[in-house]
Design a protein around this ligand. Structure first.
Ligand code: UD1
Ligand code: CA
Length: 488
């Protein structure tokens, strides 16, 4: 527990380095918006939290409200003038003994690391404590560097590197500031108004507060944690880097729980997905937010599943797409199947290649195996639907339902003009267009009878002779042979 702590999350920046024109804070990482990472973490600590918003604030507030109701505070920074200004704007909210501050663009931080920061802060009775990390890649120049000398600890921002180059040269400059701080409220109150205006950028840097504390000989503590957990996201490239880390963390966790991956580097698994042990996940499989896969399932290559629940022992053949649907145990889907629209597929069902099922229910042990469209339908148990059958569920204005009762046998290429009901154990003949209900146990045949034209070869020869006679007459009359005449 973090006691007597409140939190501030900075989310007002313009995301200029992102170059998408949109705030980076609602960009998704493994299916979850960036700002929801710190927000969810702080929510789990149950500490009062204030978000500083400004640029495109509507979309951020809407997202937070959707996830946390009114369980958070918002302060509008107006025109962003730097991280120091952002924190200054929240002053009227401060009420607890300690204020925890997080940059909104640092999604990989973990709860135990915040707890360690808090513990160090309390133990050392520091006026402020912050997180540092070692980063030895000189190309990553977006971080403030943490330097320590006889004057104490300070943070030098990239815009000021040139000015401090002699100092930086003599230092171990691989230590960077993570942008996560905890401060005594009394210290914050005394110093927030003293932050200088940066000459190079015109902004108020919050990091200057460390320099002010050191100058006054106050205790500033740090904890050092792995760089990969403090990566800030300023560019799309950094977003990609962070997402790779998060992704391998998620997949690694599933491996630990008994999930087997065909080629883990090619799969996509969002946060808030569940996978049972003994399940196999093939190459290129995508499992999006809100999906739950049972135990001992088999998900073949390039299948995509979102917002759906699969019970145990479900087999999804390759290239299938399942959206907002439920598949009960021991069912087989695909390859190239498309199941969507709150469809419910009961146990031991077999849905085959190029079958689309939309807003429908399919009863246990039924089989729809080849090239069908089933929309707005209620299919009973032990129903067999032949290749190429379709429900004609849309009359151009409204959708209509088709009901096919238990143990019906549907001949290939049947078209059901909905609304229509097919009785139990009823049959339809192949190629039928069913426009009326079929009683239980009846056979419906709804197609024109076959007509055979006898001696068709002779008819063809007569046509050929006639054509030659016309050609001859034309040549005699015009004394020319046009190109277009057939020569056979
Ligand atoms: C900041 C730190 C840097 C640290 C790095 C870690 C400062 C001056 N520098 O730099 O030392 O190494 O984080 O990732 O703090 N924001 C506002 N209002 C503003 C400006 C920014 O709310 O006026 C928000 C942004 O939306 C973002 C966060 O504050 O979520 C950090 O801002 P950003 O511009 O990304 O700071 P960095 O340059 O990364
Ligand atoms: Ca940043």
């Amino acid at each position: 527990m973090l006691s007597n702590v409140e939190a501030i999350v900075l989310a007002a920046g313009k995301s200029t380095r992102f170059k998408t024109g949109k705030t980076k804070l609602i960009e998704k990482i493994c299916g979850q918006e960036m700002i929801l990472y710190p927000a969810t973490l702080l929510n789990s600590f149950k500490i009062p939290t204030t978000f500083v918003v400004g640029y495109q604030k509507e979309s951020i507030i809407e997202l937070l409200t959707k996830n946390f109701g009114d369980n958070f505070n918002v302060v509008d920074q107006g025109t962003p003038q730097g991280t120091g200004h952002a924190i200054l704007c929240t002053q009227s909210q401060w009420s607890q003994e300690h204020v925890l501050i997080l940059n909104g663009d640092t999604p990989l931080i973990k709860p135990n690391q915040l707890r360690a920061l808090y513990d160090k802060h309390i133990k050392t009775n520091a006026v402020m404590s912050f997180i540092t990390a070692y980063n030895i890649d000189p190309s990553l120049n977006n971080y403030g560097k943490v330097v320590e000398d006889e004057d104490g600890i300070r943070i030098v921002e990239p815009s000021d590197f040139a000015q401090f180059s002699d100092k930086l040269d003599n230092q171990d400059v691989s230590c960077v500031n993570a942008g996560i701080y905890i401060l005594k409220r009394s210290f914050l109150t005394d110093y927030i108004n003293k932050l200088p205006h940066n000459k190079n950028t015109g902004e108020y840097y919050f990091t200057e507060i460390v320099n002010l504390a050191s100058k006054d000989g106050l205790t500033v503590s740090t904890i050092n944690i792995p760089f990969d957990t403090v990566r800030g996201i300023n560019t799309l490239r950094e977003l990609w880097n962070a997402e790779q880390i998060k992704k391998s963390e998620i997949i690694g966790d599933w491996m630990e729980k008994g999930v087997r991956f065909g080629s883990a580097q090619n799969v996509l698994i969002d946060l808030n997905v569940n996978i049972g042990p003994g399940t196999y996940v093939g190459t290129g499989v995508q499992l999006f937010q809100g999906t739950s896969i049972g135990a001992n399932c088999h998900l073949e290559a390039f299948s995509s599943i979102s917002g759906s629940t699969l019970e145990d022992f479900v087999h999804i053949y390759s290239h299938s797409n399942i959206k907002n649907s439920v598949i009960k145990h021991h069912s087989y889907i695909g390859p190239f199947a498309h199941v969507r629209g709150n469809t419910k597929v009961d146990e031991h069902v077999n849905i085959g290649n190029f079958v689309e099922i939309n807003r429908s229910q399919v009863g246990a042990y039924s089989r729809i195996r080849h090239m069908c469209y089933i929309g707005d339908a209620k299919i009973g148990k032990h129903v067999s639907i032949g290749a190429g059958s379709i429900t004609c569920n849309f009359d151009g204005i409204e959708k209509h339902t088709t009901e096919i009762k238990d143990s019906a046998f549907i001949g290939s290429n049947t078209a059901f003009v909905a609304p229509v009901i097919i009785g139990e154990q009823a049959y339809t003949a192949a190629g039928s267009v069913i426009t009326h209900n079929v009683p239980d146990k009846a056979l419906a045949i709804a197609r024109s009878r076959q007509t055979n034209k006898e001696d068709y070869e002779m008819v063809k020869q007569q046509k050929k002779n006639l054509s030659q006679q016309i050609q001859a007459a034309y040549i005699a009359a015009t004394k020319t042979v046009p190109d277009s005449f057939e020569t056979t």
